[in-house]
Design a protein around this ligand. Structure first.
Ligand SMILES: [Zn+2]
Length: 433
């Protein structure tokens, strides 16, 4: 049985790249007809399914703005009067105007060239409709995502799992310094460096591939979700309704064969720190009369789907995953909280960012650590596959020798635990009824 399963997973890995057939078609831009070539766009292993095809014109790939920003988890605002678009993602703001090669990134003027100016494009198929098209590579790379282009397959591949590396951290520093109206109190202009283990990356990719291949019912089953949990049209609530005690799932990240990040001292493992924080938090929260469930209480590996399933199965009100961070650049430091916006995740019907913000505020207040802000990252399995309000805390960089020294101090762990507990209290006070 195990062998069969292994053979099946190998097969699944081989057919990761879907076959995409490119074709030429006509569109109308500024009342002129152009022949363009259709292009496939893949985000985190999943083909972007758009009603109106992305296309290549003058060597540039254009995508319908709504579909791509939804997939990346970005916020978009359209100003009809000025024909301008504002895209907000990863703490960065891109402002573009139709037919203009001048673009503003965090208020800074950038010339993207005539070929990359956004366009209003009229399609004839599947029906006559005009779509706002934006240059794929420019948008993706500005948000710090890797873009690969496969010329044979005519497919652009985007990965939003940024490996935490020197380049990213440097880039974010440059942006900060060069921003015209740099507000030093606004600490959101980072790229959201966060460490993912190979185990996590592999599992997340497989999960998304299975969802893409129409195995949704099967995957949902393993997540303790129903197909009905996914709703296109939902009433999004600001607060959660409590029936009795608040139930919270605490998820110490990694474990067992997956050590998570390794500290600058080469002997501190993220998985052990996560469990230490989670266990202390468990007692604190129980004393506060919360109903607490742990996804693991010893050094073992729990699959990401099973972690999410614990939360869904128990109808928990909150889900909190505990992690420490790591980057190639050893000066990277600070705390950030990640979440998966309800705007991107159709199984969620409650605003997600409030919980992340409550945790972030309380953690920074308690520890004095650098504030890296909250980040919408809809591609994380545990926060996106839980139907309740969920967040993932990155409690500091163990790759930074100074920060690691602090983290190895038991008193500092208590500050982190108190910060999280205060954040939960604040959320309960303001966002439950
Ligand atoms: Zn981690």
């Amino acid at each position: 049985m195990k062998k069969i399963f292994l053979a099946m997973s190998l097969f699944a890995l081989i057919i990761v790249n879907p076959i995409y057939a490119s074709s030429n078609f006509n569109v109308s831009i500024n009342n002129s007809i152009f022949t363009v070539k259709s292009a496939g766009v893949q985000v985190n292993g999943e083909m972007l399914n758009t009603e109106f095809k992305p296309y290549i014109r003058n060597g540039r790939t254009f995508v319908p703005i709504r579909e791509i920003t939804e997939k990346l988890g970005a916020d978009v605002n359209w100003d009809n009067k000025n024909k301008s678009i504002t895209i907000n993602n990863e703490g960065k703001v891109i402002k573009m105007q139709i037919d203009s090669s001048t673009v503003f990134v965090d208020g800074k003027k950038v010339n993207v060239g005539k070929d990359q100016a956004p366009k209003l494009t009229s399609y004839k198929a599947p029906r006559a409709e005009t779509k706002t098209m934006v240059p794929l590579r420019f948008i993706s790379e500005t948000f710090g995502y890797d873009v690969d282009w496969n010329n044979d397959k005519v497919v652009a591949t985007i990965s939003t799992f940024k490996s935490a590396n020197l380049k990213d951290e440097k880039k974010s520093n440059v942006v900060k310094v060069s921003t015209a109206n740099d507000n030093s109190k606004n600490n959101n202009s980072n790229n959201g460096l966060f460490y993912q283990s190979n185990q996590e990356k592999e599992e997340t990719k497989k999960l998304e591939n299975n969802l893409d291949k129409g195995k949704k019912e099967e995957v949902y089953n393993s997540l303790s979700l129903n197909m009905e949990d996914e709703q296109e049209k939902r009433v999004i609530k600001d607060k959660i309704q409590l029936n009795g005690k608040l139930r919270i799932v605490i998820d110490p990240g990694h474990g067992g064969k997956d050590s998570g990040a390794v500290g600058a001292d080469s002997k501190t493992f993220e998985k052990d720190l996560n469990l230490e924080v989670a266990e202390r938090l468990f007692s604190v929260l129980q004393n506060k009369n919360y109903d607490v469930i742990m996804t693991r209480s010893r050094d073992e590996y729990i699959k990401l789907v099973d972690r999410a399933s614990v939360s869904n199965d128990n109808n928990a009100d909150l889900f909190l995953s505990i992690h420490f961070n790591s980057a190639d650049n050893e000066s990277a430091s600070g705390i950030e909280v990640l979440y998966a916006s309800e705007k991107n995740i159709k199984i969620k019907d409650t605003v997600q960012k409030h919980f992340a913000q409550c945790l972030q505020n309380a953690l920074v207040k308690e520890t004095g650590a650098k504030n890296r802000g909250i980040i919408n990252r809809p591609a994380i399995a545990v926060t996106s596959k839980t139907k309740n309000v969920a967040a993932l805390v990155e409690l500091g960089f163990i790759s930074n020798p100074n920060e690691l020294d602090k983290i190895k101090d038991s008193d500092y762990i208590d500050l982190l635990v108190r910060g999280i507990a205060n954040g939960i209290d604040n959320y309960v006070k303001n966002y439950t009824e």
